[in-house]
Design a protein around this ligand. Sequence first.
Ligand code: V47
Ligand code: SF4
Length: 397
Amino acid sequence: MSKSRLLLLLNDDTLDSTLKSIAQSVYDGNRITDEQCQYLFEEASLSYVGVLANFIREDRHGDKTYFNRNFHVEPTNVCLYTCTFCSYSRLIKKRDEGWEYSLDDIMDIIKQYDNKPVTEVHIVGGVLPQYDVPFYESLFSGIKKHRPDLHVKALTPVEYHYIFKKAKISYQEGMERMLASGLDSMPGGGAEIFHPEIRDEIAGGKCTGEQWLEIHGIWHKLGKRSNATMLYGHIEEYKHRVDHLSKLRSLQDETGGFQTFIPLKFRNKGNQMSHIEESTVVEDLRNYAISRIYLDNFDHIKAYWPMIGRDTAQLSLAFGVDDLDGTIDDTTKIYSMAGAEEQNPALSTEQLVKTIRAVGRHAIERDTLYGIVQDFKNHEFADDKQFRGYLSLPVSN
Ligand code: V47
Ligand code: SF4
């Protein structure tokens, strides 16, 4: 089906020649160039990029749509950096309004999940001096001692750059110490927009784009995996998105260590960029699709549903996305503070599976490294006949 749609495009005499040659490259399994990527952002319609992205998505994954049962821990929501898009940064001035967890506090949170079938803990938050190398070494080794099967996905180059500099150790030594203490993988945060024209404006003072890429590269060369993000839809231009994607694709060519790319839509509540209008759903879907088309060496494109809402997340599955994040018990505050669609983002596994099925996809629970935990293809829920599938809403009479 996705192939016949692409063939229809290739035979469309009204299509402009550049778009036709991009479609031909995708059909032939060839990489598109940075210039072609820029052209897609500037000129391509949603339906056009959707056909190309869905062809790639179905070629690689068929109808499979992955999700992971994880939970978030945010050690603090106070941060000494002042990223203009972040609702955490303003709290440094009124520190007493935020939280600053101790090691014991965090272990208590981890223990609340002892009898729950979660496979991953995602740890990320603000940057403060007390959260240093010894703190995180104790935290990671404490989690591993308590629950060795729990995958620790923690911190970004923003924290690593800060704590290694403070400890006067190199990135290499620092990442080796994190690995030895129990870190399993790195999430994709802190990437924002790499280009200094934008990064200096919105995230000045924290690690540069080059440093972000260097730390991920070191981590990959230690044989470990990580994710990548891009914060889009604020003051950046398309050329900055292309530059960002291009740098990720180049590092991935070198290391192969990235698992997933996660575009993050800028949300404008409670931060210094509230005057900037948010991107439209059409632009969000175009951005997913173009990312899928351009990042030919990334296996997965993930949508973070609490941020974009469940409806857009469902739509994204036809625009290159094969993975939905934000499952059973999502405790992150960073998005609800920034005006995310879902203020209380909790979805049971059953609801998530039904959300995926409702758009004709096949739900698979995965672990962090994309090992299959449970395939829901033929799984029957007790109330399957009573519900029409869409978000478990009862069929109305
Ligand atoms: O780096 C902060 C973003 C990121 C806002 O790797 C905002 O699996 C939008 O990276 N509007 C952290 N975004 C979260 C993150 C992440 C999320 C889910 C999964 C994974 C993964 C990684 O959140 C920050 C920043 O880019 N962010 N403020 C805002 N107002
Ligand atoms: Fe701090 Fe991260 Fe927020 Fe920037 S985005 S202010 S580094 S928590």
